[in-house]
Design a protein around this ligand. Structure first.
Ligand SMILES: Cc1ncc(COP(=O)(O)O)c(C=O)c1O
Length: 399
């Protein structure tokens, strides 16, 4: 029995069966390459679902963690935490200058955003009837009850009701529907600037600005869930930066600490006022280890121009996928995305492509059922993109 077989056997017996896991146990990584416990090599175009922005096995990140670990692991937010303050400072220099609350995941960041929005309207603005949350068909915001309640895909919600009341879903990209839906009852609108899990859906030009205009005009808050699109994934630190506008609240996670669990909710100063001492908390939120890792990610992002590199390699990947889509019609329908969040749209379900690709040593994932998603580390090089595309091309000739 190989080590893989032994571990898979134990894993299947001991772990709750809530994931659709591939039968692979990873052992180590370097850049965009992973090796399993038996030494098989995989080219990784998933980065742990858009997380490992600096790539795997990053020596500097490991060292930043080791240095922090040697000094202090955890104190809780009973006290101020140096690395957390420095991280908030670094984030405030990006395109959203507000105040920060740190947590451990994307869903938790969205819970914080929903709670803050409710308290802002109900307590700070004394508008007890402003409770409705508007979200979008095809959206994904996480698995906890609040985030799930604003997730607009039935497959994630099934069997978990009753979820939060006063949530309304409208079609993504339909400005007229938004004009009708946002009223004096609206607490907040929560949207992914690009729907990621839903299939890498880009909004039509001007749509996010129109939402901003409507929310401001009607005193509703605008929450951008940048859990997947943030931290440089689309070539700017936030995806919303192309739109010349800012939301009231923005959530981050995934790439924030480069692979160490961390989430963040940032809010404008005025909205942040709605949380006072004791209103919300997370024991581990912004703990020294996660904050040190995230701070290091911020530093590398600037020193190595990761945003510029992401724009270049994203454009390269996007046009290569478009050519591949053209060549492999009618199995494929096209390609879409921004920066290093790119999708190849298949005519049918993309799961078979993902399985076959893995058998050929390429890791990709499915988004929205029929989209093959590429979300590699932001340090990916052209040679690795070429290798990935040539494996995918061979796979498409087989499926
Ligand atoms: C846009 C978006 N929001 C929230 C989440 C949930 O994040 P987490 O799995 O860290 O809770 C995800 C995860 O895929 C996401 O893509």
């Amino acid at each position: 029995m190989s080590l893989s077989e032994e571990l898979l056997d134990a894993g299947r017996r001991l772990l709750i069966n809530n994931y659709n896991r591939a039968p692979v146990v990873m052992s180590r990584g370097e850049g965009c390459v992973l090796w399993d416990v038996d030494g098989h090599r995989f080219l990784d175009m998933t980065a742990g679902i858009a997380v490992c922005v600096l790539g795997h096995g990053h020596a500097g990140l490991s060292q930043a963690l080791a240095l922090q670990a040697a000094r202090l692991h955890h104190t809780s937010n009973l006290y101020f935490i140096e690395a957390q303050i420095r991280l908030a400072e670094a984030l405030a220099r990006r395109a959203f200058a507000g105040k920060a609350f740190f947590c451990n995941s994307g869903t938790e960041a969205n819970e914080a955003a929903l709670k803050l929005a409710r308290r802002y309207q109900i307590v700070l603005r004394n508008q007890p009837k402003r409770v409705e949350l508007i979200s979008f068909e095809g959206s994904f915001h996480g698995r906890t009850m609040g985030a799930l309640s604003v997730t607009g895909q039935g497959k994630y919600r099934e069997g978990f009701g009753p979820l939060l009341p006063d949530v309304r879903f409208i079609p993504f990209g339909d400005a007229e529907a938004a004009r009708k839906a946002i009223t004096e009852r609206t607490c907040a609108v929560i949207i992914e600037p690009i729907q990621a899990e839903g299939g890498i859906n880009l909004p039509p030009p001007g749509y996010l600005q129109e939402l901003r205009r409507l929310c401001s005009e009607r005193s509703a808050l605008l929450i951008f869930d940048e859990v997947q699109t943030g931290v440089g994934r689309t070539g700017t630190f936030y995806a919303f930066e192309r739109e010349a506008m800012v939301p009231d609240i923005v959530t981050l996670a995934k790439g924030l600490a480069g692979g160490v669990p961390m989430g963040a909710m940032l809010a404008s100063e005025a909205v942040a006022e709605a949380f006072g001492p004791g209103t919300h908390a997370a024991t581990f939120g912004g703990n020294p280890l996660a904050s040190a890792a995230a701070l290091y990610v911020q530093q590398v992002m600037d020193e190595q121009n990761l945003l510029g590199r992401c724009q270049d390699s994203g454009a390269y990947l996007g046009s290569a996928l478009a050519r591949l889509a053209e060549r492999r019609r009618p199995k494929t329908r096209g390609a879409r995305g921004r920066g290093l969040l790119q999708g190849l749209v298949m005519e049918a379900d993309a799961a078979a492509v993902v399985v076959k690709a893995r058998e050929h040593g390429l890791l990709i994932s499915v988004a929205g059922g029929n989209v093959v998603r590429f979300a590699p580390p932001l340090v990916v090089g052209r040679a690795e993109i070429d290798e990935a595309l040539s494996i995918l091309d061979a796979v498409l000739s087989e499926v």
